[in-house]
Design a protein around this ligand. Structure first.
Ligand code: PMP
Length: 358
């Protein structure tokens, strides 16, 4: 197959070709051992090196202060929707959640099983001030910095009082730009968008927040167990972890988060500039709230959107259909999407527009 393919999937998403090449080699013969990476014990010295290197690279890439633990867990970001309240709250405590969209709402409905939840409107979040915190007794605030489905991002965070941790679901934005981790008590992210394959989830949690989990919390959902065993409480997803390690090395080679952010901004700007100049395609999101990772847009009719998705797929531009809950078009431009992918997409959009506008 010689045609160049660009995969705009929202996740599992595109990975760099060189990472796939290394993973392919390791599947058959890892480090000349004659064994597949799939068959290596998670307790072996060789795998423990993968574990140590991945933590060291993440610490470097995120400039992580030393009072944070790094965990690699299973269950996706969805498991974190439960683990966060089960581990950060005591019985009958309160949490506030920024209701920014689909994934925030999933987090909210899960948190409601364990906590009193106050919802914060996305437009008010950045400007929460001391009065808001005085009026609301909350034990943490949860936000979703990038809503993958709606293509929305949070432009700013409030200054949090010292005693109220901010928790962030970074699933679709992790390592796509620098983050000031010290603003957060806890960050989590499924790997399958910017960081590697599906099946492994990153959790970064500040030391002082670790305390006994709610009564009845299963052992696998208890951060204390994972911290005590350094994410090897049970058999971890070794292959996914290995590929995350390759991806972290690749991100460092790209120049780290500052360089990656420049690259990601350039890609998103190319697409948004074209959308804004066109009267055929539409993205109605206010510029400050536009995601750089997931660019959503509509065409003049559902029928045209269907045709666009079919023809773009034939042209090698894959997975451009919006999420089934809102339809439309979505182009996910994660770290591994090259600028050539966006250039090809824009050229296709121009041609499609010309073919449909008299
Ligand atoms: N949060 C966000 C922002 C997401 O984009 C997703 C998945 N697309 C999830 C949570 C759920 O993640 P998972 O499938 O890893 O549980």
């Amino acid at each position: 197959m010689n045609k160049t393919i660009y995969n705009f999937s929202a996740g599992p998403a595109v990975l760099p070709q060189c990472v796939l090449g290394q993973a392919q080699e390791a599947l058959v013969d890892w480090q000349g051992s004659g064994m597949s990476i799939l068959s290596v014990s998670h307790r072996s010295d060789a795998f423990l090196e993968v574990v140590a290197k991945s933590k060291q690279d993440l610490t470097e890439l995120l400039q992580l202060p030393d009072n944070y633990h790094i965990l690699f867990l299973q269950g996706g970001a969805t498991a974190q929707f439960s683990m966060v309240p089960m581990n950060l709250l005591a019985e009958n405590q309160c949490a506030a959640y920024v209701n920014s969209g689909y994934w925030a709402q999933k987090a909210i409905s899960e948190a409601r099983r364990y906590a009193h939840v106050t919802e914060i409107d996305i437009a008010k979040f950045a400007t929460l001030d001391a009065d808001w915190f005085n009026d609301h007794s909350v034990d943490y605030i949860h936000c979703t910095p990038n809503e993958t489905i709606e293509g929305l991002t949070l432009p700013a965070y409030p200054d949090m009082p010292d005693n109220i941790p901010l928790v962030g679901d970074f699933s679709s934005i992790i390592l796509s730009e620098p983050i000031d981790v010290s603003k957060f008590g806890l960050i989590y992210a499924g790997a399958q968008k910017n960081l590697g394959p599906a099946g492994i989830t990153l959790v970064i949690v500040r030391d002082d927040l670790i305390k006994p989990a709610l009564a009845g919390t299963p052992a696998m959902y208890n951060y204390q167990n994972h911290i005590a065993k350094e994410s090897l409480y049970n058999t971890p997803p070794t292959f996914a972890w290995y590929v995350v390690g390759l991806m972290l090395s690749w991100l460092k080679q790209q120049g780290g988060t500052v360089k990656i952010q420049q690259h990601n901004h350039e890609k998103a700007k190319l697409l948004y500039d074209y959308l804004d100049a066109s009267s055929f395609y539409r993205n109605a999101i206010e510029p400050d709230y536009r995601s750089k990772m997931n660019v959503v847009f509509n065409l003049p009719s559902k029928a045209l959107e269907k045709e666009f998705i079919e023809q773009s797929a034939q042209a090698g531009l894959l997975n451009l259909a919006g999420h089934r809950s809102i339809d439309g078009i979505r182009a996910s431009l994660y770290n591994a999407m090259p600028i050539s992918g966006v250039q090809t997409l824009v050229a296709f959009m121009q041609q499609f527009e010309r073919n449909h506008v008299n």
